[in-house]
Design a protein around this ligand. Sequence first.
Ligand code: NAI
Ligand code: MG
Length: 370
Amino acid sequence: MKTYNIAAIPGDGIGPEVMDGSLKVLAAAQQAFGFALQLTKYEAGAQHYLQTGELWGPELAEQLRGHEAILFGAMGDPAVEPGILERGFILAMRQEFEQAVNLRPVKLYPGVATPIAGLTPERCDLVIVRENTEGAYVGQGSTIHANTEHTVAVQESVNTRAGITRVVEYSFKLAASRRGKLTLCHKKNILIEAGKLWQEVVTQVGARYPQVEVDYVHVDAMCFHLPVAPERFDVVVTDNLFGDIITDLGAVIQGGLGVAASANLNLDGSAPSMFEAIHGSAPDIAGKGWANPVGAILSAAMLLAHLGETQAALAIESAAVHVLGELPVLAGPDMGMDTAGIAEAIALQVSQDFEKVGGHSVMNSLAEVR
Ligand code: NAI
Ligand code: MG
């Protein structure tokens, strides 16, 4: 039997709750599809930091490197100053493990309520590829004349040809496996230097993919087009900062934080990729059973697809969609089931042969595109 060595980092708040849900569903998928996951849990996050002072470090990095993939819950706590864990753990992992692509499917599943009036699943089926290691998120900059009226804050955005090329290559392959359309999202009329390099790379790489149609949209215009005309997009490639913003917009359109999933992909096999729901630790609802685990469960399915267990991943996706369709609302006390109940319902249905979800599944792409 195929065995995969997986690390699990539950983290804080609802992180451990949605992680439990994912693990239930993964256990059912192992039974149904005949593979085995060897799981190791790691303590990390706000509570761990408050107790030990430890964030991301060489020892943990070394241990995690020994795994084929990482399943991540969420981190954050009001007792820890904002930014410490984001930069000291999450960004540090993405950078050290060269998780170059942040992959965020924006797919409206049937039966899921969207705040966009009249939007139908056929019209909302795209993937955003966010550059995940550079841009404004490199943490470079300086402050001079601090704490005076003359304070100057400089925050740099770093864009390398190599960093851009690897995500653009990936995006073209992804588009070629889907509807064959790639949109570069930037602000190249204002951020001229970075924009020029991004456009140059897209044009160069695009020459090798004549079957992919290439388009460009400014990031501000994207905020207009994405909610009202998502059918215009198949694969959108963008930089780290713009990606952070438009992927949250995408999450709203597809039904919210309870359903949105993501992958942080290392593209050269030098370190494990990491899979997480896009929501945070939601301290306001932690411990109440009000967290929707579907975003986490779909992220776990993406992990399986990445490992090559595509059938199991597709089965989890369709079981999750089936259960989502039964929830009156997607978050909070009125979901009709609690976090554990939703996960159990999905786990029970993983081995049932539902009709696969229509359109393009990112589960197929994850296996095909490397
Ligand atoms: P959040 O995503 O934790 O919560 C935002 C709102 O959505 C809250 O009202 C929450 O109750 C609700 N919500 C989130 N996930 C939900 C789910 N699965 N089901 C139902 N409702 C859900 O974002 P927030 O409140 O800005 O941040 C809380 C903490 O999480 C902070 O410490 C922040 O730094 C951290 N954070 C961590 C992330 C990560 O681990 N990757 C990502 C985003 C935030
Ligand atoms: Mg964000």
